[in-house]
Design a protein around this ligand. Structure first.
Ligand code: ZN
Length: 357
């Protein structure tokens, strides 16, 4: 058995690595314009950073992700970009997982015609996108190193990625100075996304030595960071950037498990953001991941992270949507529970799980 693995060809890593962005933009925009998509919250908190000051304002679009990117949002943004920018040669995404996924999707849609929904699934993109650069400012989702960009569809209740070799960034810039101003809780929730990628991959039936090794690297780094006295020290912020990157590589060659489908359903139906939705889903799934559940709880306690009950009086029409949005994730569920996953996750079991959240 062998498989081809796609990873970003160039990664510039280290403190102040972001200073390199401007020369990269200059080189790549010889033949066309640069579109620089920046997370609005990050920009407002950090616009004194010298690399941001150097970017020409006419190339910047600030994006406010109130919720996870939807196909409708991506289609509108792409139309806005192609009508405002002529001949685009580079797309840069600066922000967290939603921002990185947005940048990848925009890059892909500039060369592949039609709506984003056409490409949700596996290997549906026909052409490489525009040269794309990822600059994470939040670590955990692994979007920077994965070959997907996840989008929700409000009409079908699906949350699915453009899984394709063309969804890999052409260059990455990992600068641990950029996740310095992230709020403590958000820092924790995002990191747990990487932790969950690792443990789901390690507990699944699609395990392989490539994914296992990256999962273990990521898992061990995260436990080390969040059981230390200063998770946000510069050393730990550097480690977290790597843990997130390794988690993305692990998932690219294996699958997530049960936590992500439940989490995706919570995002689609209630609008919870991915990393937070993962944490509250994990809390309801201890029976499926007993060993890591204990460590997860220990990290929550150590960092004084508390969760309150989120689903009270679950309504039957919401439950129906939650079931559809969970069961659409066939591969992860098969990975976690085997081919009889529908029997295990029957309505009774799902009702019990969602009522625990
Ligand atoms: Zn995730």
């Amino acid at each position: 058995m062998f498989k081809s693995l796609y990873t970003p060809p160039i990664t510039t890593f280290g403190e102040k690595a972001s200073e390199y962005l401007n020369s990269l933009i200059k080189t790549k925009s010889n033949s066309g314009m640069a579109v620089v998509l920046i997370d609005k919250n990050f920009y407002e908190k950090n616009n004194n950073l010298s690399f941001l000051k150097k970017i020409n304002k006419k190339n910047i679009l600030l994006i406010n992700h109130k919720k996870e990117p939807t196909v409708q949002f991506i289609d509108e943004l792409k139309n806005k970009i192609v009508s405002n920018f002529s001949k685009i040669s580079i797309v840069v995404g600066i922000g967290g997982g939603s921002m990185l996924d947005t940048a990848k999707a925009i890059s892909n849609l500039i060369t592949n015609p039609g709506s984003a929904s056409k490409y949700q699934g596996w290997d549906l993109l026909k052409k490489p996108g525009i040269f794309k650069v990822g600059v994470p400012t939040l670590s955990g989702t692994g979007s920077e190193s994965s070959k997907t960009c996840v989008l929700t569809n409000d009409k079908t209740f699906h949350k699915l990625g453009m899984n394709s070799k063309f969804s890999v960034f052409d260059e990455l810039i990992l600068d641990p100075n950029l996740n310095k101003t992230v709020e403590k809780k958000q820092y924790f929730y995002s990191a747990m996304d990487a932790y969950i990628h690792a443990i789901e991959s390690l507990s699944g039936s699609f395990r392989n030595s490539y994914a296992d090794n990256y999962s273990n690297l990521s898992k061990n780094l995260i436990e080390e960071i969040f059981l230390s006295n200063n998770p946000k020290s510069i050393q730990n912020r550097s480690k977290l950037m790597l843990a997130s990157y390794y988690g993305g590589l692990a998932i690219s060659s294996s699958f997530v498990g049960l936590i992500h489908p439940i989490s995706a359903a919570l995002s689609v139906v209630y609008g919870f953001k991915h990393c937070y939705a993962n944490c509250i889903s994990f809390r309801a799934l201890g029976e499926f991941y007993p060993t890591h559940y204990k460590i997860f709880n220990k990290m929550c306690k150590f960092n004084n992270i508390k969760f309150s009950k989120k689903i009270k009086n679950l309504k039957s029409d919401d439950f129906e949507k939650l079931v559809i949005s969970t069961l659409v994730h066939e591969k992860p569920l098969y990975n976690a529970l085997g081919k009889k996953y529908k029997e295990i996750l029957n309505n009774e079991k799902l009702w019990e799980i969602f009522n625990r959240i």
